[in-house]
Structures are given as C-alpha cells and as structure tokens.
Design a protein around this ligand. Structure first.
Ligand SMILES: [Zn+2]
Length: 377
C-alpha cells in the first residue's frame, strides 16, 4: 500500500488543504478500481466503510490477492470536512462559492469529441485505451480557479481511467439506494443485489455533472457522437452508492457494506479466482429492479410546518397514499402529503419542521416522467 498526499491549495493560502489517497495492488496488472467516501463531507457513513475497506485491502494485498489496482480515498473532501456553521457540519456546498461538491465536474467528452476525430478504429480494446489516454489529458488540461475545483480535478485525475468507480454517499434519512448510468444497468445489478439496494436509479444524464457520471457518461456520449461507427463500450462502471441516512453510522452497517463492496470487486475479478467463485456462490436476490431516475418523484412541502412521517422508509406505496402530515403549528391545520406515483418511498428529510418548498421525500416510480436536472440541489 502506498499513501499519496495531494496538495489542494496554492501559494499564499491562509489554510492549506491536502487530500490523501491509498493505493493497493499493481497498476496495469488487472482492472483499476477507485473508491471514495464522503465527497459530501457531512455524509459520514462512507468514511467509516473506508476504515473497514483499508484494513481488508491491506490483508488482501499481503496475501497477494489484489489483481489490478485499487485506489481508496477515505475522506474525499477535506475542504468540506473543515466547514461548520454555528456548530453544524456543512459539507454539501463549498462555502466560498456555493457550488455543490458533487456537481460541476469536467465532462471530458466535450474535449474528446474533437481530439479523437479520425483516431478511433475497429478494435474496441484499442479504442478504450485511446479514450482513457485522451481523458487523462483532458483532465490534466483543467485549470482550477478555487481549492474546491483543484479537489475535483485531483479526484478525477485518480478516477477518470478506472474500470470501476464507487462513490460512497448517503441521504438525509434513507434506505440504501444507488445511482448509475442507464448503459450500466446489467453491470450494476450484482452490486444492487449484494448491498440490498431498495431503489437503483438509472439515467443517461442526471444533470449538473456529478462525479460518478463524469467518470462514466463520456463513454456513451462518445459512442453516440461517433454514431456507433467504432466500438466504444461503457468501459467505466461508475456509481453513487447512498449508504442510507446520515445518522446511520455504525460498525455493524459499515462492516457489512465494506464486505459487500469487496464481494462486488471479487465478482469483477479484482480479488483473485477463489474470491470470485465465492462471491458468485453467495450472490443474493435483488430487493428491487432498476428504475429510471426520471421516475423519481420529489415530494415538496407546500407550506411550512411540523413534519410527521406516517410511512416507513422502504415502503412500497401507491399513487395517492399518504406519506406524511404537515401541521401548521399555530392554526393546527394539517395537510396530508401524498405520493403521486406508485413506487418505493426511499428517502426523506432529516428535519421535522420544514419551510415551504423543502424536499421532504422521494418515491422511486417505475415510469419516467421528469426531465432536466434530476438530482437534488
Ligand atoms: Zn451526497
């Protein structure tokens, strides 16, 4: 294992940040895997899962069981980890600019559409290698203007040419769910089953350029741009894993999640033949079928009030069913908040008094009906 410290700040900084990555295995000896925790710095479960991963990966490396390269970034957002407002952690947005730490990553396909013109051929493997080389160059060209942008560039430099990218987040209060690109549906299915995902949400483009998509969407974007004239597979299995709610930080869950992630890596041949066979033999049945991200209904508070949930997370609800009551604390009037689609009630707010317009729940419906920016702000 090699630890690398990446500087994020430039000269004259009054607070200088660094990012640390841990590198296991041998580059070029198999697949490249990239795993990061807590890019949204107030989403802590991923950082605890990374503790178990580091320990297990050290043991696997010592036993010669890592076939390829695994990069682990246990705390992906040192800038956000240092942010707090009046005692409350604030890790979703960069306080300096207001930009979400998981948005505005460079979509390298925009450069590659030009730089690859006339260079692709009939050999898929050669195309994959060439696209990775150009993607690395495009990230290297990125000129960050803030520490947060340098952080984003650093994370993408580590991940852009990986075969597997696992970005570990969590929601306010939620059951485990997963986001990935639609072309990755088949590849992501075992992860969804192993982790016990209650909603696996797929989109060709979620909007806002989140990290996982910056690593994966270039492949199908380029395939479409070059009109399928050259074989361009979806060569990066990149996903955002939402490890339940922000208060669900426990040894039991983290140990289980880390074991699940390692089972998925084993299935993908990164941890040797024996581990691959064991992983395949213990693959559980999935809890859900994947559904379109365009089918997720965000439920908003129509007015301010006290929020009382009347359904449990993970419940399968029908359109018209009640999810919560919203009570005007002064008049006592109650508004019943209902789902408008059939689906799984998979995420909800951590607040119990909300202001008009706040998102108070998400229901994963099977039918696509939304468009535009599909993620929460
Ligand atoms: Zn997040």
């Amino acid at each position: 294992m090699q630890a690398i410290t990446h500087p994020l700040s430039v000269a004259h900084a009054n607070a200088a940040y660094t990012l640390t990555s841990f590198h296991f295995g041998t580059p070029g000896s198999g697949k490249k895997v990239y795993i990061q925790g807590s890019l949204h710095a107030d989403e802590v479960p991923g950082m605890l899962v990374a503790q178990f991963l580091r320990k297990e990966l050290l043991a696997l490396e010592a036993a010669g069981q890592i076939h390829g390269e695994i990069i682990l970034v246990p705390a992906a957002n040192p800038i956000g980890l240092a942010q707090a407002i009046h005692g409350a952690a604030f890790g979703r947005f960069d306080l300096t600019t207001g930009v979400n730490f998981n948005r505005a990553y460079k979509h390298v396909a925009n450069d590659l559409k030009r730089s690859l013109e006339g260079k692709l051929g009939p050999d898929a493997a050669a195309n994959v290698a060439l696209i990775r080389e150009h993607a690395r160059a495009s990230i290297a060209d990125w000129q960050p203007a803030t520490d947060a942008e340098t952080l984003k560039k650093t994370l993408m430099t580590l991940a852009i040419d990986a075969e597997i990218v696992l970005d570990l987040h969590c929601d306010n209060e939620a059951v485990l769910h997963i986001y990935a690109g639609t072309p990755l549906a088949e590849a992501i299915a075992p992860l969804s089953a192993i982790l016990g995902s209650h909603a696996t949400l797929l989109a060709y483009e979620a909007g806002g350029e989140p990290f996982d998509e910056a690593c994966s969407r270039l492949w199908w974007d380029l395939d479409r741009h070059f009109e399928h004239r050259f074989p361009i597979p979806a060569a990066c299995l990149s996903t955002t894993v939402e490890l339940r709610g922000e208060m669900e930080v426990s040894y039991e869950l983290a140990r289980k999640d880390a074991a699940g992630l390692l089972q998925f890596l084993a299935l993908n041949g990164v941890l040797g033949d024996a581990n691959a066979q064991a992983a395949a033999a213990t693959l559980p049945e999935p809890l859900c079928a994947p559904t379109p991200l365009e089918g997720v209904e965000p439920v908003y508070a129509p007015h301010a009030g006290i929020l009382i949930y009347t359904r449990e997370l993970g419940a399968k609800v029908a359109a018209g069913e009640a999810l919560a009551d919203l009570i005007d604390p002064v008049s006592g009037e109650t508004t019943v908040l209902r789902a408008t689609v059939d689906g799984v009630f998979f995420a909800r707010s951590a607040h119990r008094h909300v202001i008009r317009g706040m998102n108070v729940g998400k229901v994963a419906g099977a039918k696509a009906y939304r468009e535009g920016d599909l993620l929460s702000a």
